[in-house]
Write a protein that binds this ligand. Structure first.
Ligand SMILES: NC(=O)c1ccc[n+]([C@@H]2O[C@H](COP(=O)([O-])OP(=O)(O)OC[C@H]3O[C@@H](n4cnc5c(N)ncnc54)[C@H](OP(=O)(O)O)[C@@H]3O)[C@@H](O)[C@H]2O)c1
Length: 252
């Protein structure tokens, strides 16, 4: 991935941070986005010292804010003038029983998990079309494929993200832009620790996971990087489940 220009949303911690590291390891240049400036800058400094000969840029952006997205794109245009890979990784959750979702929470989850990814991808289209190695990877979830204890709205956003992946893959195939998704199962990140720190909950997750362990952010990141590589050059519209076997297990 030498020289690939890669934009990663939600890249100050968790899966997005690991994606940045793995991309740099493979020679890419990365542009990191998250809201919290301090964490983001700290992580960018760490990466800069590990990969001193590569470009690491970090911008504090709330991806649900259209004005901030537009400013980000202007910066990228000015500095890079194009893009080879976009990783839509931002995602969040508020887990409730279906009847307890207010309209505000519902809309907030869709804006964060789906709308921001759609509009950012749409804005990057002309750059991606010009790249000879263009690809988009959407970080979805097992919750977009089957019921899990995520709450219905999170599952809906991730299922829609998977359909967005398929539609864009077909629509943009003639432009040479591949679009794929990764569907993680429980992964050791700050987001998942909110539930995995509860020993009873963690045991229930492990009992349902054939590989009997939680995934690592690194494992999600290497799957993401693979989908961007020339090695995956004929792969588009796919969802790669990185789930310790949970998705193919009905009864064990
Ligand atoms: N961890 C899991 O078990 C798991 C399982 C399935 C799917 N996923 C999916 O994987 C993705 C990453 O999850 P994670 O567990 O790594 O999450 P995480 O640990 O909470 O990290 C989220 C990252 O996104 C940033 N972020 C959140 N909202 C943002 C916004 N509106 N604009 C810009 N940046 C924002 C956060 O930084 P700031 O807060 O500073 O903005 C942080 O850098 C999500 O889409 C999630 O749904 C995770």
């Amino acid at each position: 991935m030498d020289g690939y220009r890669v934009l990663i949303t939600g890249a100050s911690k968790g899966i997005g941070a690991a994606v940045a590291d793995v991309m740099l390891e493979r020679g890419a240049q990365v542009w990191l986005v998250a809201r919290g400036e301090q964490d983001l800058q700290q992580y960018a400094d760490q990466l800069n010292s590990r990969y001193p000969d590569q470009t690491v840029v970090a911008t504090a952006v709330d991806v649900i804010n259209a004005t901030e997205r537009a400013a980000l794109l202007e910066d990228i245009g000015w500095r890079w003038g194009g893009l080879d890979c976009l990783v839509n990784n931002v995602g969040s959750n508020i887990r409730l029983a279906a009847n307890d979702y207010s309209e505000n929470i519902y809309r907030r989850l869709f804006e964060t998990n789906l709308d921001s990814a759609f509009f950012l991808t749409q804005s990057c289209y002309s750059w991606l079309r010009e790249s000879s190695t263009a690809s988009v990877v959407n970080i979805a979830s097992v919750a977009g494929l089957a019921h899990m204890r995520s709450g219905v709205v999170y599952g809906m956003t991730k299922a829609a993200m998977l359909q967005m992946t398929r539609n864009l893959a077909v629509e943009w195939a003639e432009d040479g832009i591949r679009v794929n998704a990764v569907a993680p199962w429980y992964t050791d990140t700050p987001l998942a620790r909110q539930v995995l720190d509860d020993a009873e909950y963690r045991d229930a997750v492990l009992a349902r996971t054939p590989m009997q362990r939680i995934g690592s952010a690194q494992e999600m990141a290497t799957a993401t990087a693979f989908l961007c590589m020339p090695a995956a050059g004929y792969v588009t519209g796919q969802c790669l489940s990185v789930d310790g076997g949970v998705g193919i297990n009905l009864f064990s």
